[in-house]
Design a binder for this molecule. Sequence first.
Ligand SMILES: [Mg+2]
Length: 276
Amino acid sequence: MASIRVTMDRALSGNNQAKAAIDNALFDLAAKSMNVPLHRLFGGAVRTEFPVLRILAIKQPDEMAEQAQILFDQGYRYFKIKVHGEVDLDIARVATIRKRLGDEANLTVDANQAYSPKDAIAALNGMAEYRLDLVEQPVAIDDYKGMKLVTDSVPVTVEADESAGSIQEVAYLVEHRIVDAISLKVAKLGGLWNTLTAAQICKTGNIKYRFGAHVGSRLLNAHAMQLAAALPEVWYASEFGEFARLLDDPFEGIDVEDGVIHLPDAIGAGVQPIAR
Ligand SMILES: [Mg+2]
């Protein structure tokens, strides 16, 4: 596998998503050839259940609370509230959802770079009274000083998403303690091997990490889960359930039940193409 990875990187710079497909497939094949679940290649599973964090798309506060209630009734307890960069309206989004769902819900927000650093500080200090566990990417992707200012100024865990687009960027964020946490995404980082490397960098620098949205098929989510299962430091809920929004996923083998996905007990990644 290592020689194929080296050949890919010599032949082509960047293109992490394409490389991830090949890297993940190689791990899957290796596990199948050894007749073991894929997590065994990373040392074996330390967890078999993954609470799933679900995204609430940006709408008016009442509409978002309505959608949150539907997911809550399906068993989900972790929510990601997308926000827009309008401080008062964004605080109202968080307040309305908290009041609707009550204390049992675990709330996070994702600003997708929408704030200036000072607006982020104002918004997050306002949201904090509604108990917010995490804010994803409050400011622009390359505004490292602004991100660090937010991290140092709010009581909420600040997580890099867009800013953590490669192992090198993860290393920079960790070395300079620009954020409290990092969202790891297997496709963006170029596959399971690079994601393992990024996780080790976070661990070494005492920065939290979890697995962010793996938007796509059950196949991608199963690959990511097999690695996450073997990493003791993964904190908080990961986002392995967005395949629920796919209309025609060609793979089967994992599903969300009561807001939780269970690690499949099968060789390889634990998902199979649907026979048609
Ligand atoms: Mg994000």
